[in-house]
Write a protein that binds this ligand. Sequence first.
Ligand code: PLP
Length: 633
Amino acid sequence: MNATRSQLTDKYGFDRWGKDWFIRLPNGNVGLLNPNDPEAPPTDLRAIIDSLNQRGITAPLLLRITDFLKHRIQLIHNSFNSAIQELGYEGTYQGVFPVKVNQQAQVIDRIIEFGATYDFGLEVGSKAELLIALSQNLSQNAALICNGVKDSEFIRLALLSQRLGYNTFLVLENPNELEQILDLAESTGIRPQLGIRIKLTHRVSGKWADSSGDRSTFGLTIAQVVEVIDQLRNRDFLDCLILQHSHLGSQIPNILEIRLAAQEACRFYTELAKEGVPLRYLDLGGGLGIDYTGEHSANVNSINYGLEEYCHNTIETVKLEMDAAGVPHPCILTESGRACVAHSSMLVFNVLETTHYDSDIAVERDEEEHPLLENLRSVENFLSPRRVQECWNDVTFYRNEIRALFRRGQINLRTTAIAEKVSLHLIQKIIKLSEESDHEQEGESQEEFHRRTADILHCNFSLFQSLPDVWAIDQIHPIAPLQRLNEEPTRRAILSDITCDSDGIIENFALAEGISSILPVHKIEEGEEYYLGVFFIGAYQETLGDLHNLFGDTNVVTIELGNNGGYDLVHEQEGDTVSEVLEYVEYDPKRMLDAFKTRIEKAVTKGDLSPSDRREMIKDFKDSLQGYTYYEH
Ligand code: PLP
């Protein structure tokens, strides 16, 4: 690695969660490493954002780095192959990308391109996803796994796709599908490649525990499996059942659980083999997690294993089970979505303004001040590291008393404003003392205390649109400033988006020292563009987002890293315009403009607006319709 790392301690945990991808550059900016070319100098991420800005591509923006995606596909494939060789496994491995995890055309196109040499396939769970897969130039051996509830159109398309040279597997999700598939197979004369999805009883932990175990919604129960085999035998189609599928879960934190679930899947496989089912493929679904926090432990946002260990354990488990039952080693498939794409996208946004809960400005004393204000000021005389909590309590008490008097009309606006300023200044002094004293009193940790006084950074993005899992299931993604990493961050903050909703807040951060409710940030100077990056958001986030407050899709830029620290802009997709999001929610922008014009015309006729006001207002209305839904400078 050519670049020297920044000398300052790594507050944000880059070295924990991001060491293969990011580096802190000596100029304080985040650098992007090229995992496919470790000798290449890093590319300055902040410089990329600035140069995109100059081209008119502004934040918030979703940045996709194709090199990261390529690396993950290669790594997953190679890790499985290494385990196969090391353990003397006699079957092969094939990766499959579940389209639901990121359906964006730019992403799917790249996966097909990078995966071609490894016969990397696709998994689809709906008709729309099947159409995406059928429009791709999948290699002949790449598996096309059809899961999900299937209507007759879905079944017909999937079945006939075998004639087009696709390696399609129709996976039975429920027993009712079987008759339709077999009727069609008979009428078309196509022998289908059938799979059977088995509901494992083993329940894994983590945020997606419900997608595993007895109560999971998809797959056949043991009793149904037996019925399906009998039906297939009766109709002379048993030879078509060649794949067994089970989805172990998603972001499984503990490797032991993966082993146990894989073991159960193998038990089914070997039992089915004994029943005379000619299975050749074992599809273990998703579940391979990524370490969002860098903790390397079995916590919900982390994993206690690495990719190599996952591959080794999976191959070993299957080998042991197959050998014990004397069954030939199957071709193993996995449908790793998150582990494939999560690393390759990040969200970049700028801070619009800051609300402070302390102040460095002292307020001059007036000759005659309200006695409560006097009392408030007197707290300063008692400030000492030993009395942090006491001083905090006193400031809170007097400030609340003054606020109560204001509400009752017994104190005026100006006095109350002075009291607020005095309180903020005192709070700043108390915070400084608490840092010196390692304050912990009355059961409140220093972190909790700092959380109460943290700044709120108002940031140019929508949590609901761009980070839905952070809102819905408290997913933690690493977040860090993209600049000034060679300076000590002197402020603490939580982040608020620009939706008018108190839920649009981020208050869990993966830092070097562990999970924290506050993010260290730098004091933002007047006029400074301060950018924050949210990392590893390539899985699930891009299409789950909603239009809360009508903030639409962000600008999206796909880049490829150069070998000289530069980059190529591979693709640019402009974010939604206001007009587009209005159409999503059934407005007709043209009719809206007409209605607005009619209203304006009336005001001009009455003399309330001048004709030039009219022109300006209509121009603003039209420009807004065509503009970005986010804050524009
Ligand atoms: N396969 C199936 C059938 C799924 O339902 C899912 C996700 O829910 C996946 C694969 C992808 O899982 P992961 O993203 O954990 O790899």
